[in-house]
Design a protein around this ligand. Structure first.
Ligand SMILES: *[C@@H]1O[C@H](CO)[C@@H](O)[C@H](O)[C@H]1NC(C)=O
Ligand SMILES: *[C@@H]1O[C@H](CO)[C@@H](O)[C@H](O)[C@H]1NC(C)=O
Ligand SMILES: *[C@@H]1O[C@H](CO)[C@@H](O)[C@H](O)[C@H]1NC(C)=O
Length: 474
């Protein structure tokens, strides 16, 4: 552990290393934006990370009513979203650029960082301007004379990751030939005036240096400094002459990149994490070193909280004829015009999320359907496997399917592993108990309200009735 920490310390490029860093998978893709167009189909396609109950008109109550989040920290039911990136072909059709999700940073920044307050429940903000198509040199941050201002357009940056060597980051999409991908980055406003959400974002302001410095006196309350990194697989797209990368708002420049946040944290957890961890330079972003965050951290966030069915029924993935929502590509330098689609009425899929108490959480001895009883969690290092009988793998694996399979083969025990594997046996032999906490398990591939073990972990069910009942003695 100590050497790992040392390694991470030396690889850190940031000067003040007080922050936590959270990886997130995708939870929803589509024209949704409850910050800008609540209740309506939004102007362009977003990729959303976070709370599973995210929808067209999400509020704090909706977010915290989620079954899960596609981010690592399960006590954070916030939503984080950015525009989708497409590759536009010479014929005008567009293809979704692969994107694995978002990395969200909560940083302790600014001269007043000792007084950072947690985001209030439901707090919302947008950083960036989707209509921008050139370098805005006019808008600058606050300066008090001592701490200098900075162009606000520096809130956006792009890192072209290329094997040829380090390419300096710039505030627009200067290069897209990046053999290891392109990383779009956005910094948020860290200063607040205490008012409710304002559509024009006047409730928040940037720090003088955007990621350091001071808050303007009009917005004295300091919030955690939020920063997103979004990776795009620009090297994984088949390019052609006349093709180019564009963001979903019709932006081929990147100047119009933007990010959205809606706070869905458990307020006690966020407060404790801000108090204990956001200014702690020692743990270098690692959630596992911050106890209030570590307690709901799961490595299986993407599997356990997969992307949900689209809420807006229109094709936005794969190859589509044109950018969804009448978004005409505009090169700038003038601001893009706001376009309205006259017949823009895709239907809405209102399929509800399963909700916060949907998980079946059996304790040892609890029964499922009367015929099987939960034995517990057993470590499986694979050498030898604890359950040595028949086994199979299925993409629709559930506890019932595995139990029925083992019962049919005459075994007393059925063990589930890695979301989709089933192992049978009559005894667990000398295997040791495994970590049975919620955050250490994976959902069943065929039922997202059941747990089906994890890598190297079996959740074991025994027969409560039948010829060869499972008993504690076995
Ligand atoms: C944008 O303008 C700022 C301020 O004038 C300047 O420092 C920066 O280099 C410009 N960026 C680009 C990409 O031209
Ligand atoms: C699970 O999938 C298999 C293979 O596709 C199929 O034969 C079986 O009927 C499915 N079982 C259930 C319970 O859906
Ligand atoms: C298994 O359990 C059932 C119900 O508890 C009982 O009726 C049956 O006799 C048991 N069988 C054995 C072999 O112990």
């Amino acid at each position: 552990m100590a050497s790992l920490r040392a390694l991470l310390t030396t690889s850190m490029a940031l000067p003040a290393a007080a922050f936590w860093r959270m990886s997130c998978g995708i939870i929803q893709t589509g024209r949704l934006d409850p910050n800008i167009s609540p209740g309506a189909v939004s102007a362009h396609v977003h990729k959303v990370s976070g709370a599973s109950n995210f929808g067209l008109s999400s509020t704090y109550d909706d977010l915290i009513a989620s079954r899960c989040t596609s981010c690592e920290i399960q006590d954070d039911k916030s939503a984080y979203w950015t525009p989708q990136m497409y590759y536009q072909r010479a014929d005008g059709s567009v293809e979704e650029v692969p994107n694995g999700g978002t990395v969200v940073y909560y940083l302790g920044r600014g001269e007043n960082r000792e007084n950072i307050e947690p985001f209030p429940p439901g707090f919302r903000m947008v950083s960036g301007d989707p209509f921008l198509r050139s370098n805005d040199t006019a808008s600058v941050t606050y300066s008090d004379g001592k701490f200098l201002s900075r162009p606000v357009s520096d809130r956006v940056s792009f890192a072209c990751l290329d094997s040829s060597g380090h390419i300096p980051e710039v505030n627009y999409m200067a290069r897209t030939e990046c053999d290891q991908g392109l990383r779009a980055q956005i910094q948020f406003q860290s200063c607040w005036d205490g008012r409710d959400y304002q559509l024009d974002q006047s409730h928040v302001a940037y720090l003088s240096g955007i990621d350091n410095g001071v808050c303007p006196p009009t917005h004295p309350r300091q919030l955690p400094h939020l920063f997103f990194e979004v990776y795009y697989g620009v090297a994984d797209v088949e390019k052609e002459p006349g093709g180019r990368f564009v963001f979903a708002q019709g932006d081929p420049t990147g100047f119009g990149f933007h990010g959205d946040f809606m706070n869905g944290w458990d307020p006690d957890v966020l407060k404790e994490a801000v108090d204990l961890c956001i200014n702690d330079d020692s743990f270098n972003g690692q959630i596992s070193y911050c106890p209030p965050l570590a307690k709901s951290q799961t490595p299986f966030y993407a599997t356990n909280c997969p992307e949900r069915q689209p809420i807006v029924n229109e094709q936005v993935k794969g190859t589509v004829e044109c950018i969804p929502g009448c978004n005409v590509v505009s090169d700038g330098p003038a601001r893009a015009a706001r376009l309205f689609c006259p017949d823009d009425t895709p239907s809405i899929n209102r399929a509800a999320d399963e909700g916060p108490l949907a998980m079946f959480e059996p304790a040892p001895g609890d029964k499922l359907g009367g015929s099987s009883v939960f034995v517990g969690c057993v470590a499986d290092n694979g050498n030898p496997r604890p359950l040595t009988g028949a086994s199979f793998t299925a993409d629709n694996m559930t506890i019932e399917i595995c139990v029925a399979f083992c019962e049919d083969k005459g075994y007393a025990l059925a063990g589930l592993e890695y979301s989709r594997e089933c192992y049978c046996g009559d005894s667990i032999g000398s295997a040791t108990a495994g970590d049975c906490s919620t955050t250490s398990k994976m959902i069943c591939a065929g039922d997202n309200t059941q747990w089906c073990g994890a890598p190297s972990l079996l959740t074991v069910w025994g027969r409560a009735v039948g010829k060869r009942n499972y008993t504690e003695e076995q």
